[in-house]
Design a protein around this ligand. Sequence first.
Ligand code: ATP
Length: 354
Amino acid sequence: MAEIVIRNLCKQFGAFTAVRSSSFKIEDGEFFMLLGPSGCGKTTTLRMIAGLELPTSGEIWIDGEEVGQKPASERDIAFVFQMFALYPHMNVRRNISYPLVSQGMPRSQVRARVGEIARILGIEGILDRPVGGLSGGDRQRVALGRAIVRNPKAFMMDEPLGALDAEFREHMSQELRALHDRMGATTVYVTHDQLEAMQMGDKIVVMNHGVVEQFGTPRDIYDKPATMFVADFIGSPAMNFLHFHGAVRPGADRVSVHHQALPIPAAREAFEGDIVYGVRPEFIRLSDSAGYRGRVRAAEYLGTTQIVTIETPNGEAKARIPSDQPARPGDMVGLAFEGATVTLFDAQSGRALR
Ligand code: ATP
């Protein structure tokens, strides 16, 4: 088990900076997600923690020891790749026992340990089968078995479910999370799928262009996005951004947008300039009595709810409302908001105003 602390971590490839002064802390036993779009530096960060890539500068602490410049072999970390490389000519038992046999563990101990791992993964019945003919899920379990059999301090997983189809992926992600909860080993997991990160992670780091945009629990990140990038990347449909020019007074719980006093969470800092009123689709209500109005452009039926696209004076907004509530293209509707669910951003820097 391991606590991992990352301090001001940087990685340059020639003149290109792939990771820029990242800092975050992974608690012992956490299921920790590195989330962001393609090329943002997730894999490079993971590889630096595992020791497969050395940092240009910064520190990596594992269990109180700074290991940034140490080779992978001295870190006791298991890496689970997307293209899990199994030995196709060996059976399941030999694939899983291979790391122990190559360490010189006595046969009886190897047998006992492999039996225990097979029980945890529910693959006792296929131990003597060759891996060549196994289904994708069973191959994934065998690959996990081989990674966990050594009982490493922590697991690094780089989009381990990326090659699976959607339905199976959902199933395996639940299985992985349940396995983690049984074993309790610190796990760092790379994904570009925000839903996967929200469902599986205890904590999430959101990265963009090599920079940590935010670090927190899924709830923190969803409810209190630190930047417009995070607000836009997490949630589907994404958070609405209504643009206006105005001022926020310290302690105010309203802000004037297009001649209406719209609710905001009580503000602490004063701000004047280009502001974005950020509100998630599920927190907009349509109400005849609301003074802030817009015209319905489209309604997309989703079963119990519908997504209604509304042209407002400050840009387009999507509202997720019950599908039995009438909203036809062309209708003028009032939009009602609740202050506690709103985030204001400085439009220029993209940072949340708190
Ligand atoms: P993806 O999901 O596409 O793998 P990622 O967030 O994991 O994206 P990284 O693989 O960490 O991103 O790459 C970050 C950036 O660093 C990319 O622009 C990539 O091209 C670059 N990069 C990664 N490895 C190297 C390398 N060995 N040499 C040069 N550039 C690299």
